[in-house]
Design a protein around this ligand. Structure first.
Ligand code: RB5
Length: 146
């Protein structure tokens, strides 16, 4: 069974911990890339480490989940890693589309902008969706080839 890579900075720490518990409760195996406390850390460090792992070993990771204050910083950082398609989501439709159309392999969320229950619904929508391929394939290929 594949595992979920999860990580946050201090701004997303509480949300990351909440989602970690929910995911574990659903039987998912997790790899936690930190942070381990609410003390300030540099979000690019966490996002790069998680993104590099997910991009390098897709057979090992179902997806990545990254949280920071807004979800923006970890999204920008993760998307600099080749092979990563990180989607900053604020609603369940976008979370589903991110996988169905964009083949996103990381969802990013804002711990200071998104309530935990909505975030959990988005993570479930993301995990439950499948990439549709077809007309989306050349577009996703273009993203990967850049
Ligand atoms: C940290 O204060 C905050 O800047 C960070 O969590 C994130 O929101 C950056 O995009």
């Amino acid at each position: 069974m594949k595992k979920i890579a999860i990580g946050s900075d201090h701004g997303g720490f509480a949300l990351k911990e909440f989602l970690r518990q929910r995911l574990e409760g659903e039987g998912w195996r997790l790899e936690d890339f930190g942070c381990a406390t609410p003390d300030p850390v540099e979000y690019p460090d966490i996002a790069f480490a998680l993104a590099r792992a997910v991009a390098a070993r897709p057979e090992e990771y179902e997806v990545g989940v990254l949280c920071c204050g807004t979800g923006i910083g970890v999204s920008i950082a993760a998307n600099k890693v080749k092979g990563i398609r990180a989607a900053l989501c604020a609603d369940c439709f976008s979370a589903r589309m991110a996988r169905e159309h964009n083949n996103a392999n990381v969802i990013t969320l804002g711990g200071r902008t998104t309530g935990p229950e909505l975030a959990w619904e988005m993570v479930k929508a993301f995990l439950g969706a499948r990439y549709q391929g077809g007309v989306h394939a050349p577009r996703v290929k273009a993203l990967t080839d850049v």
